[in-house]
Ligand binder design. Structure first.
Ligand code: FDA
Length: 325
């Protein structure tokens, strides 16, 4: 229920726009690397100093207006310039809906293409993040068009979907990030049981390590990481064929340890004032992350926000139950 609660919060547009006004709150500053480009560059330099590369996400959700998508694109272009000027080891991750996928496919395509094109001039990779199942096909259509023209683009595949192996085979020649999946999906298309999702994650990762171009193993799960370390050793898979990835602010000790053991390691570094949805999805994945929120939850403004959302969520559940009866 807690998971559903935080997913519902992540989808609440009112709370999203309210949160933007308050700056980094609720403890989000421990998992979001600042609100502007100079702040994120500082965080990247610090991670680079430990041999960790970064993938930068200019946070943004609920984009339904062309002006907003265009502004997001301009900001990402500035990030690419800043990565180049600061000579940091980093590339771009972007969400297609932020660049207009919910507005118009061709408009989104031209925005993402501009980003990929600019990045390609600096030999920089662009990862197209994967959102929920309603965007899967259109995101892959974007990828098909872009990867036909550019070789610095790849995407994310989620192990909670039952048919991900098909996509993995189709995109075996691209750099692929494998994740478990962060959205709420129906049982018909997705595994809901953690054991099934984990088993599929291992199966897909092993397959891609043996058959794919380059695998980004994006998980905080030490059991899976240890399993993969053994697997690559046993199968003599070279370290330059894969990397481990984790999110900024999570399991920092393990991030540093893997980098110091000589594995390629990449931290996903989100920044910006549109942190709310990202942060709520992190709480949905692991409510224990509330520990990092600590006392900061308990201030007046955020208490009101959370209180209102909890009320709306519980009312929603109650009325659903009533209807079912
Ligand atoms: P999971 O939450 O399954 O936890 C497994 C175990 O790991 C836990 O039981 C615990 O033992 C340990 N653990 C996990 N987190 C811990 C912590 N913070 N501290 C201590 N122990 C911890 N999703 C998506 O749908 N689209 C996308 O594009 C992306 N992109 C993305 C990039 C990167 C770099 C990452 C790491 C993740 C994503 N995700 C994503 C999110 C992903 O789908 C998934 O929801 C989360 O990574 C949570 O799953 P995990 O495999 O990390 O651990």
């Amino acid at each position: 229920m807690l998971k559903d609660f935080f997913i519902a919060l992540s989808q609440n547009q009112f709370l999203n726009s309210s949160a933007k006004k308050y700056g980094l709150k609720l403890g989000a500053q421990s998992v979001v690397a600042g609100t502007n480009i100079p702040e994120v560059m500082k965080s990247i330099k610090e991670l680079n100093s430990h041999g960790i590369s970064c993938t930068v996400d200019n946070l943004g959700e609920f984009v339904f207006k062309k002006e907003e998508a265009t502004a997001a694109k301009e900001n990402i272009l500035k990030v690419i310039e800043a990565i180049n000027e600061n000579k940091v080891d980093a590339h771009i991750s972007l969400k297609p809906t932020q660049l207009g996928l919910d507005i118009d496919f061709d408009f989104a395509l031209s925005n993402v293409k501009e980003v990929v094109d600019k990045a390609s001039r600096y030999d920089m990779f662009v990862n197209i993040d994967m959102e929920d199942s309603s965007h899967l096909e259109t995101t892959l259509n974007l990828l098909d068009k872009l990867s036909a023209e550019y070789d610095n683009v790849g995407t994310v595949l989620q192990s909670y979907f039952r048919n991900t192996q098909e996509y993995l085979e189709k995109y075996r020649n691209l750099r692929i990030r494998l994740v478990k999946g962060a959205y709420k999906e129906p049982e018909e298309i997705a595994y809901l049981d953690k054991k099934d999702i984990d088993e599929n994650y291992i199966k897909l990762t092993e397959w891609h390590l043996l058959n794919g171009k380059f695998t980004s193993i994006a998980t905080h799960d030490h059991r899976i990481i240890n399993h993969i370390k053994e697997f690559v050793k046993k199968n003599d898979i070279s370290k330059d064929k894969f990397e481990f990835q984790m999110l900024y602010g999570f399991r920092r000790e393990l991030q540093l340890q893997l980098a110091s053991e000589g594995y390629n390691f990449c931290t996903y570094v989100p920044f910006g004032n549109d942190w709310y949805g990202y942060f709520m999805r992190r709480l949905a994945e692991r409510p224990q992350n509330l520990k990092i929120v600590g006392k900061q939850v308990f201030n007046k403004k955020t208490n009101t926000m959370i209180g209102m959302a909890a009320g709306a969520f519980l009312l929603g559940r109650a009325s659903k139950k009533k209807k079912r009866k």
